[in-house]
Design a protein around this ligand. Structure first.
Ligand SMILES: [Zn+2]
Length: 145
């Protein structure tokens, strides 16, 4: 059975690797997104055991279900899509109004840095969760795919 330290280490490695591959394929490198993907990978790496605490070898239930992973991927794709859509709409609106009605909160929420942080976090979360299921599937108890 993989321990918590191994799940965290592999989760961080999975999250940052997937983010790095994505960023290289898009020919961009954003360290904030990379850091947030590492944090998301760390959390995703331990998330199944947070939902199903490892009190016995047969503790794997809903938290270790691929349904959680599918749910996370769908939520991630939805959030990234919404961020892309909102950002392109904001850029068009800013071009139209030339900064009239400047709102500091809106500027922060619409920040490209926040978008990168959220995208990185959710990419890492999915990757870390996947790494947890992969590690647990190699144990005698396995995973109920
Ligand atoms: Zn587990």
């Amino acid at each position: 059975m993989s321990n918590k330290k191994k799940h965290i280490t592999v989760g961080i490695a999975a999250g940052t690797s997937v983010s790095l591959i994505k960023q290289i394929s898009l020919k961009e490198l954003n360290l904030l997104e990379l850091l947030c993907s590492g944090f998301g990978g760390c959390l995703g790496g331990i998330l199944p055991d947070l939902i199903d605490p490892p009190t016995s070898p047969n503790h794997r239930a809903f938290g270790h279900s691929p349904m959680i992973l599918i749910f996370l991927v769908v939520v991630t794709l939805y959030i990234v899509h919404q961020l892309e859509k909102d950002w392109s709409n904001r850029v068009k609106a800013t071009d139209h109004f030339h900064g009239i009605g400047y709102d500091c909160w809106e500027e922060t929420v619409d920040s490209p840095y926040l978008k990168k942080a959220i995208t990185g976090f959710f990419t890492g979360l999915c990757s870390g969760h996947t790494s947890h299921l992969a590690l647990d599937s190699k144990t005698p108890a396995g995973i109920n795919w």
